[in-house]
Design a protein around this ligand. Structure first.
Ligand code: SAH
Ligand code: SF4
Length: 345
């Protein structure tokens, strides 16, 4: 029988296992503190538990966490991790230290089935969904490396979270319970899968949902996001309204600014109209060039004109700081660059 993975357990579950095996209940707390508060990379590294308990744990519970294969650190402190899973698949996550925040951007799938034209994550196809412990393993691997607690989690790495909804929701609940990161400090980003937004709303979570809009025009959106045709903007907005009604959480729209594609005054005006109507907050993301998408972000002056129009229309916006600017800064690029090199390890 396959061993249960440690990250899928809550403290009560471990205490129950211990009680069934005549192990004192208080040991559960020690093990949890060892892994989650003291960043022990395995049961053997927890100092205050006896050897026979380590043996019991190793025999009955899987504590394997993804291995760090490579780290790429930018001058601003952003750190991109390339991790290897048990089956040798490579995944990526990005640590973003910013003032008092320790955010981690995590992946939910190996590759991405959506295949947006600007994104390196979809360019190499789709392999499979992450398991719950492969999602949580990213937090454990990075906390173990930085020896600090994470404070915010964004599901904005490789993959479309809503196409792996069950595992994403289970992981959210475990992150909340075991890492003590409140749902309000967690954001899930989607390219816009209408039916799944309805399902997510039914969980009534306190998380922030971010919708990757990228264009206020249906036809243009379809050119950027291959699944946009099946998920028309108007139907997406209805799903977002339902999400707001059920959760009382305002939706954020993500909008990649791509030079000469979606960042002129005409787009800014139309985007403002929609944002006002749907009371959305807009998060602008300057486009990162990738191997397969030779487009840049607009100039600072062009971005100023764009944001000026949003401002004039009293639309709330933020401009994502250009973080992690090195040759691998676009989402999915580190993995893409290393696929051949590490595929057969
Ligand atoms: N699949 C989900 C979440 C992961 S992508 C989604 O699409 O929302 C997270 C964000 O990274 C999305 O808003 C996506 O548009 C953005 N992104 C992808 N490639 C990018 C690039 N080359 N430059 C800037 N942002 C990019
Ligand atoms: Fe997938 Fe999101 Fe990248 Fe689109 S932007 S290919 S949905 S990860």
């Amino acid at each position: 029988m396959a061993k249960i993975h440690f990250s899928k357990l809550k403290i009560k579950d471990l205490e129950n296992i211990f009680q069934e095996n005549n192990i004192p209940k208080y040991r559960g707390k020690q093990v949890f503190e060892g892994i989650y508060n003291h960043f022990a990379p395995s049961f053997d590294h927890i100092n205050n538990i006896p050897k026979d308990l380590k043996l019991f744990l190793n025999q009955n519970i899987d504590s394997d966490i993804p291995k760090i294969v490579e780290k790429s650190t930018s001058p601003d402190g952003t750190c991109k991790y390339l991790l290897r899973l048990q089956d040798n698949n490579l995944i990526e996550c990005v640590y973003l230290p910013y003032q008092k925040r320790n955010s981690l951007c995590i992946s939910t799938q190996i590759g991405c089935p959506v295949g947006c034209v600007f994104c390196a994550s979809g360019a190499h196809g789709f392999v499979r969904n992450h398991n719950v412990w492969e999602i949580i393993g990213q937090l454990l691997a990075v906390q173990g490396d930085i020896k600090e607690k994470l404070t915010h989690i964004v599901y904005m790495g490789i993959g479309e979270p809503l196409l792996n909804l069950d595992n994403v929701v289970s992981s959210l609940k475990l992150i909340n319970e075991n890492f003590k990161i409140s749902e309000r400090r967690i954001t899930v980003s989607t390219s816009g899968i209408t039916s799944q937004i309805y399902k997510l709303a039914d969980y009534k979570l306190d998380i922030t949902l971010a919708l990757s809009l990228h264009s206020p025009f249906q036809e243009e959106r379809e050119k950027l996001i291959p699944t946009a045709g099946r998920n028309p903007i108007q139907k997406l907005f209805l799903a977002c309204d339902d999400y707001f009604k059920k959760t009382k959480r305002r939706i954020t729209w993500e909008y990649i600014l791509i030079k000469d594609i979606n960042s002129d005054e005409y787009h800014a005006k139309e985007l403002s109209k929609l944002a006002k109507k749907y009371k959305a907050h807009i998060n602008l993301i300057p486009c990162n060039k990738t191997d397969n998408y030779n487009h840049n972000a607009p100039s600072e002056k062009e971005i100023k004109i764009f944001t000026g129009i949003l401002e004039k229309n009293k639309v709330e916006w933020t401009l994502r700081q250009k973080k992690g600017q090195n040759e691998n800064s676009a989402c999915g690029q580190l993995r893409a660059n290393h696929l051949n090199e590490y595929e057969n390890l």
